[in-house]
Design a binder for this molecule. Structure first.
Ligand code: HEM
Length: 201
């Protein structure tokens, strides 16, 4: 009888230990797979950008359709900026006297659309190398300071970008929040040189 009870106890213990090992193995494989997939812990915040790998992925994924239609989206963005904040148009000498219908034919308007979208595309694609993006943004701050563009104008542009993204892309809250942090990261570095009285080169 004692032997019989002992055998049952042994079988039960073996079963529980094996079950525990299987669950742990599954967890380890899941974590390992997640690490391989993300190239590291997806939820660790990068100290330079303030973004996690998961947030960068959300931003890059939502940017893909914008970039596929880059010129149209960029034109719409600038058009909305000029309509919502007419003062911003004043910086574009060749455009400021033009009616809206003629923007799309104007080389300066087209050039800034292409410049803006190319620069944003580089800044999105390189988010996994935040030191490089920070250096790009510092340069951008310098070039825009020379044009007398103000921090306020950048905030106006940000507001228009977020509104356009909500209207066109219908982003979920997590992606919108990731975008908010991304623009915050870019602007932090733009503003260092935009607001500096001296060339930082
Ligand atoms: C994140 C936001 C922005 C990005 C990525 C961006 C990007 C660029 C780039 C790449 C250029 C050409 C190269 C250079 O001069 O640096 C440029 C030129 C210019 N940008 Fe921006 N820009 C931004 C915001 C603004 C804002 C807020 C304004 C003013 C409302 C502005 C006005 C101009 C003007 C007037 C030029 C010169 C256009 C020309 O001479 O044809 N930009 N921008």
């Amino acid at each position: 009888m004692l032997y019989y009870l002992f055998s049952i106890f042994l079988m039960l213990t073996t079963y529980l230990v094996l079950k525990r090992i299987k669950t742990r193995h599954k967890q380890i494989m899941g974590t390992w797979f997640s690490y391989m997939w993300w190239g590291g812990d997806p939820d660790v915040v990068n100290p330079v950008s303030g973004l996690t790998r998961r947030e960068i992925h959300a931003v890059q994924k939502s940017w893909a359709p914008v970039n596929a239609n880059s010129f149209a989206t960029g034109s719409e963005l600038l058009r909305r900026l000029f309509n919502t904040y007419p003062d911003t148009k004043e910086y574009f000498k060749m455009v400021r006297k033009l009616p809206e219908e003629e923007y799309s034919q104007n080389p300066q308007f087209k050039a800034h659309v292409i410049n803006l979208m190319t620069s944003l595309n580089l800044a999105v694609n390189n988010l996994n190398q935040p030191e490089i993006v920070a250096a790009m943004m510092t340069k951008l701050g310098e070039s825009h300071r020379r044009r007398q563009i103000k921090e306020k104008n950048f905030h106006e542009l940000k507001e228009v970008i977020v509104k356009l993204f909500i209207d066109v892309l219908r982003l979920d809250d997590a992606t919108l929040s990731a975008w908010g942090k991304t623009v915050e990261f870019w602007y932090k570095h733009i503003f260092v040189t935009l607001n500096s009285p001296e060339e930082t080169r």
